[in-house]
Design a protein around this ligand. Structure first.
Ligand code: NDP
Length: 330
């Protein structure tokens, strides 16, 4: 085992969080029960905010960034895990209050670990990552709402060319829904059509302030954008439809009225991947195992080395990343 290994660490400099690469040793890691050799991590929007300093994600410093990791258990003081077990960790406060995945080794609490589903390799689990597993949580929430029929009216995905959006498009299409993709990047239409989108809406159309109740169009929606986009999507959702709200790429505000909820029975379903209980995680991974076509997962994924993270962080916050990015930590 390497004495020293590289990690992306956020530290305080002149009162500001600043990220950079550092050499760590095993004795620098937190004293949790399970030591994991990390093989892959990923890039999510939240990682972009944390690394670039554009959002204050880390709530204690120094912090090893990275909200996801996949690897192999090296040693364990917990009876639940043994050396050689392949594990995935999504969220659980990593990169916020707990040290995360941009490192060759990490020590973790046993209850944060999920056994790698048989359906996926470690690399594929990180191609999915928090973004993909959040898309699956959103689909589970819409299906539990129970009033959206496949083949019915369209289901909208906003921020469609991003990580959550790309996985949501392909999962929904494979499960039989008619998928409309909203994107600000027309050059991604062919890519989104390959994933299963059959119609497109320009991002700008949804970003402009609209009425409290608009023409009913969407049977349901998965929204990564928030702000006026989410308000318009709610106002355009049909009677008894539902919108799963995942993100805030367009803003954390919600300039909406109660009208869609009280006159059309529209539901706003909140999605929180970070502390989702294991039962919900298991359902999300089951949806992914069942409905994520492996060739399409490969088509929406790129693999990058740890050293490229500073630039990738700038790119994802600027909305320039298409699909999912796996970080090869080895
Ligand atoms: P990405 O950057 O990969 O995707 C976000 C997409 O949103 C972009 O690709 C772009 O899509 C669109 N977008 C970007 N900026 C704007 C803007 N200013 N106005 C409108 N649309 C914009 O990020 P992720 O997929 O990783 O995450 C998406 C969102 O979901 C983030 O806000 C993230 O924090 C949140 N999230 C929440 C989770 C939860 O637990 N609730 C878990 C994971 C993510 P396009 O180019 O197609 O228009």
């Amino acid at each position: 085992m390497a004495d020293h290994f590289r990690a992306l660490v956020i530290e305080e400099r002149d009162g500001k969080p600043v990220s950079g690469f550092k050499d760590l040793t095993l004795s620098d890691l937190p004293d949790h029960d399970v030591l994991v050799e990390v093989l892959f991590s990923t890039l999510n929007y939240k990682d972009g905010l944390a690394i670039s300093g554009k959002g204050r994600i880390a709530r204690r410093l120094p912090m090893v960034a990275g909200v996801d990791l996949a690897g192999i258990v090296v040693s364990s003081r917990s009876p639940d895990w043994k050396p050689g077990d392949k594990v995935v960790v999504n969220g659980w406060g990593m990169s916020e209050t707990e040290w995360g995945g941009y490192t060759r080794f990490q020590r973790l609490k046993p209850e944060w670990l999920t056994r790698l589903p048989d359906a996926f390799s470690l690399e594929q689990s990180m191609a999915i990552g928090t973004a993909g597993y959040t898309a699956a949580l959103a689909i589970d929430a819409l299906e539990r709402w129970g009033k959206i029929k496949t083949g019915d009216r369209e289901v909208l995905v906003t921020g469609a060319a991003g990580g959550v959006g790309s996985v949501a498009v392909t999962l929904l299409a494979r499960r039989g829904y008619r998928v409309t993709a909203s994107t600000g990047r027309p050059e991604t239409h062919d890519y989104l059509a390959t994933l299963g989108a059959t119609a497109f809406v320009d991002r700008a159309e949804l970003a402009a302030k609209g009425g409290a109740l608009q023409k009913e169009r969407w049977a349901g929606a998965i929204d990564s954008v928030g702000s006026t986009t989410l308000a318009n999507v709610l106002a355009q959702t049909v009677q008894s439809g539902a919108v799963a709200a995942c993100g805030l790429a367009g803003g954390a505000d919600l300039p909406a009225t109660v009208m869609p909820h009280i006159l059309r029975g529209v539901a706003l379903l909140g999605i929180n991947s970070v502390t989702a209980p294991h039962a919900e995680r298991d359902k999300a991974w089951a949806i992914l195992a069942e409905s994520l076509e492996r060739t399409l997962l490969a088509a929406l994924t790129t693999v990058e080395p740890l050293s490229n993270l500073p630039q990738l962080a700038e790119d994802i916050v600027a909305g320039k990343i298409r699909g999912r990015v796996v970080i090869d930590v080895t």
